[in-house]
Design a protein around this ligand. Structure first.
Ligand code: ADP
Ligand code: MG
Length: 455
């Protein structure tokens, strides 16, 4: 893979695909990222305005942008934010979210103005691209305002990719968190320009490669978050299930023309020694074991696959550790009264929102001797302070581990930063949730494949 740092960029315009998909607090509602229903954080903006809840992804994109600027490039940044809704460009652009707050924050962090185009790859973007000079930065509007960005149709994506490519001389892929998407700005655009990987992508891949090539043992994986369906494939891999058990979403199917030798990681990742399961997904596991889960989040249709996973784990000698107690409430709300349920069964009418004290302790013991840890997904609804103790306990237990410790996932990374642990508490905080999980599954990420091909 070419490195962005090796590109000749002086006097040239570089299109950088970054991952600036930060969680937003909206005055009255849900966040742009994360599972539905996430509450606004403490620093909520007034109604209708967005403020950035965690700017980690913007900060992570700075090294590449700064390096290109310092070497005399004009930098056009392309990124997505949230999930704009609507059938066409106009509807999506009207509904937002706009990258405006991100442009403002990027300008603050870079210490220089960032021009925000009024569109993605239309008249406004073309004018900015044609008039900007060396050392200047511009940001295109939310690339997902263009329905073509996520189209399954190669031609439809290709048309947008051509408009994006026409804005610049070179392409740098640095949006690790979007690399698992076969999207126009991630997969198709790099094929039209000389391209290279940015510093963030190279750093992410270097760490994930360590996890997938003979990790020091015990190798302990902690998985939480809302939905088990998001993570079944990686769980299957970690417990040595035959991959045929699980369905592969078409958006990220391996690139058929790439020979295995070009793969940046082995196709069969190593199994874990221990898998600690918490968060919303734990209730589907507990239900599969015949436990009562009250009104906790459940994906009943996944119980069959979860049962298979548990059987495969037993065969492969992977220890699966589930919550043994819970913190529950009678409603999903920041203001709900937390109540500890001692024991694995949750009474009717109660919702499990965090792991309980005995589970915090159990997880701590299961992490104590780990030499390698990967953690994705908060073990509780950490956005509500009364239900954040499990997330804090897991973060602290992992930060005490000496060895390779990696946190992946947008919400997990935001949770960890909220805890204000020391900067060196983890070896690496990945900016990618889905992307890091798919990498761990041994799947080829379309964005990486596109960067590997020589232009
Ligand atoms: P990441 O972004 O780190 O990959 P996910 O998006 O998978 O993590 O999951 C994060 C979400 O999971 C958080 O918004 C959190 O509130 C939610 N979550 C954690 N525990 C529970 C629970 N018990 N019930 C419902 N949602 C939960
Ligand atoms: Mg998330």
């Amino acid at each position: 893979m070419n490195r962005a740092e090796d590109l000749e960029v002086a006097g040239r315009t570089v299109l950088v695909r970054a991952d600036l998909n930060v969680p937003l607090d909206t005055g009255g509602g849900a966040r742009a990222m994360g599972s539905g229903g996430s509450p606004p954080g403490e620093n909520s903006a007034p109604p209708g305005q967005h403020s950035i809840a965690d700017d980690g992804r913007i900060r992570a994109s700075l090294p590449t942008i700064r390096d290109l600027l310092a070497r005399g490039a004009a930098v056009i940044v392309c990124a997505h934010l949230g999930r704009p809704k609507g059938d066409d460009y106009a509807e999506r652009a009207a509904g937002g979210p706009s990258l405006r707050p991100v442009a403002d924050r990027l300008a603050e962090l870079l210490g220089q103005p960032v021009a925000l185009a009024d569109d993605v790859a239309g008249e406004s973007a073309r004018v900015i691209a044609a008039t900007m000079g060396a050392g200047e930065v511009a940001l295109l509007e939310n690339v997902r305002f263009e329905p073509a960005e996520t189209s399954k149709d190669d031609e439809v994506r290709g048309e947008l990719a051509a408009r994006l490519a026409a804005l610049a001389d070179l392409y740098v892929g640095d949006g690790f968190g979007a690399m698992h998407r076969k999207h126009a700005s991630v997969y198709d655009t790099p094929r039209l320009l000389p391209h290279a990987a940015g510093q963030l992508v190279l750093a992410e891949v270097a760490v994930l490669r360590q996890l997938t090539t003979s990790p020091a043992r015990p190798y302990v994986v902690v998985l939480g978050g809302a939905k088990v369906s998001d993570k079944l494939a990686v769980i299957g891999n970690l417990v040595g299930s035959a991959s045929s058990h699980f369905t592969t979403p078409p958006s990220a199917s391996p690139h058929p023309t790439t020979p295995p030798s070009a793969s940046p990681h082995p196709t069969t990742p190593p199994t874990a020694d221990r898998l600690l399961i918490a968060g919303g997904m734990a209730y589907t596991f507990l239900a599969a074991q015949g436990r009562r889960i009250g009104d906790s989040i459940l994906q009943a249709e996944q119980i069959g696959q979860v049962t298979t996973v548990l059987a495969d784990a037993a065969k492969a000698d992977v220890e699966v550790v589930l919550p043994v107690d819970h913190v529950v409430a009678d409603r999903f709300s920041a203001g709900a009264e937390p109540e500890v349920v001692h024991g694995p069964d949750i009474p009717d009418g109660k919702i499990g929102l965090d792991i309980g004290p005995a589970t915090r302790e159990l997880f701590g013991r299961k992490l104590a001797d780990a030499k390698t840890v990967f953690w994705n997904g908060p073990p509780g609804v950490f956005e509500f302070p009364a239900f954040a103790a499990g997330t804090r306990a897991v973060a602290e237990a992992i930060s005490a581990v000496t060895g390779l410790t990696v946190v992946g996932g947008g919400d997990s990374a935001a949770a960890v930063r909220q805890l204000n642990l020391p900067a060196d508490a983890f070896t690496h905080i990945s900016t990618g949730g889905g992307a890091s999980l798919e990498y761990l599954e041994g799947r080829e990420l379309p964005g990486l494949v596109a960067l590997e091909d020589r232009a």
